[in-house]
Design a binder for this molecule. Structure first.
Ligand SMILES: [Zn+2]
Ligand SMILES: [Zn+2]
Length: 127
């Protein structure tokens, strides 16, 4: 099946894709995402694992256990944070929305963990 959406890291070594429609597209402002990505918020697109495919870069994709329940996948070559999997959302893979190959029609429709948004985040993330 031809994938409907593709994504990759900054250096292009890690490439992934998914088919069908995502379960969600959301911006996360939780403390863990913010720190892991060095960003005020992180856009995510989430799919069921059977929809997801790692197409290249298995040898450079590394995983970091970011909490007892969760792990984050990143490219060892360029450092781009790409993937998230958690026992809190079993059977799902979440991909960094910023790394999806454009053009695409994925649009974030909600903000998760807005209650964790710190005071220092400025107007871009707050909207
Ligand atoms: Zn890379
Ligand atoms: Zn988060």
């Amino acid at each position: 099946m031809t994938p409907d959406y593709r994504g990759e890291c900054m250096c292009g070594a890690v490439q992934f894709s998914f088919t069908g429609q995502p379960r969600f597209v959301a911006d996360c402002t939780c403390a863990s995402c913010r720190k892991a990505h060095g960003a005020s918020a992180v856009g995510w697109v989430g799919v069921q694992n059977p929809q997801f495919s790692l197409d290249a870069g298995d040898e450079v994709l590394a995983w970091y256990q970011s909490s007892p329940a969760s792990r984050r996948g990143f490219c060892r070559s360029c450092g781009t944070r790409l993937l998230f999997q958690s026992q809190k959302w079993p059977g799902e893979t979440h991909m960094a929305l910023a790394c999806m190959t454009e053009p695409h029609d994925l649009v974030s429709t909600k903000v998760s963990f807005l209650e964790e948004l710190p005071e220092w985040v400025g107007v871009v993330a707050k909207g």
